[in-house]
Design a protein around this ligand. Structure first.
Ligand code: HEC
Length: 236
């Protein structure tokens, strides 16, 4: 009985389904197909613009802050009377940290002459700093003791290319007689074939190197009397 019942139900469902299909008007199916095909057209355009180049900026649905107005260097601006987007410094002003009115500290000069003094007290800390900086920046050419026998000088000697000017011995009389200001200036701006180290070494470190150079000079030109009395016997 139950199998018969199920068969009957099944037939009823099929009858209903067919009835629903027959109730749809005939034009509905072609319209749906056409709409589906038409909906592909934007995809074709998107696919095409992904592989071709264009001068027109891309369409950004959510622009965030990707594009913002700005002036490039050397461009014009209607905002200012002279139409220059780049503005000159305001007359009579100095940018922060750009004030360079200390002749002694920055140029090693006092009243237009090379200074014979330091712009700050030479402490043990300054000497240590000077030795460290000297060994980094100067020793490659001038040697650790300043005698002009650094690795670069040795290598240039070995190559014998003929154009190398040997680094001056920093313990020679010529350099010993230079004033502190001159030595500072030599580091800052270079001299003859030696390049400038001002751009790489901060002002304070340059002075510290001068102080350490003085120590090297002293060490190579000392007499037994420079040794403290209670240590003089150790020399022999
Ligand atoms: C690239 C190699 C090189 C380095 C690094 C170098 N020097 Fe020199 N230096 C030279 C040469 C070469 C000369 C000789 C220049 C000449 O006579 O044309 C010289 C000359 C000098 C002189 C003699 C200047 C004079 O009054 O005649 C001093 C002082 C000096 N250097 C100090 C320094 C100090 C301090 C440093 C480190 C901050 C340094 N140099 C780094 C190559 C170098």
């Amino acid at each position: 009985m139950s199998i018969f019942r199920e068969l009957q139900d099944h037939q009823t469902v099929r009858q209903y389904t067919r009835a629903a299909g027959e109730r749809l008007p005939r034009w509905v199916l072609p319209v749906i197909v056409t709409l589906v095909v038409v909906s592909w057209i934007p995809l074709v355009f998107i696919a095409k613009s992904r592989v071709t180049k264009s001068d027109v900026p891309r369409i950004q649905l959510i622009p965030d802050m990707d594009q913002q107005p700005k002036y490039l260097a050397q461009t014009a601006s209607p905002l200012f009377a002279d139409h220059r987007a780049m503005r000159p410094p305001v007359e009579g002003t100095v940018a922060r940290g750009e004030l360079d009115d200390d002749d002694l500290l920055l140029r090693g000069k006092v009243d237009g002459n090379w200074s014979t003094t330091f712009p700050f007290p030479v402490t043990m800390e300054v000497m240590h700093r000077g030795r460290e900086r000297f060994n980094i920046f100067c020793a490659p050419c001038h040697g650790l003791a300043g005698m002009g026998d650094g690795m670069v000088a040795k290598r240039a000697d070995a190559l014998q290319e003929g154009k190398w000017v040997p680094p001056t011995s920093l313990t020679s009389d010529v350099v010993r007689e230079r004033t502190d200001g001159e030595l500072f200036n030599t580091i800052s701006n270079g001299i003859r074939t030696m390049p400038a180290y001002g751009p790489q070494i901060p002002v304070g470190d340059r002075w510290a190197i001068v102080a350490y150079m003085r120590a090297l000079q002293r060490s190579q030109n000392a007499s037994p009397n420079d040794v403290p009395a209670d240590h003089q016997s150790d020399l022999r």
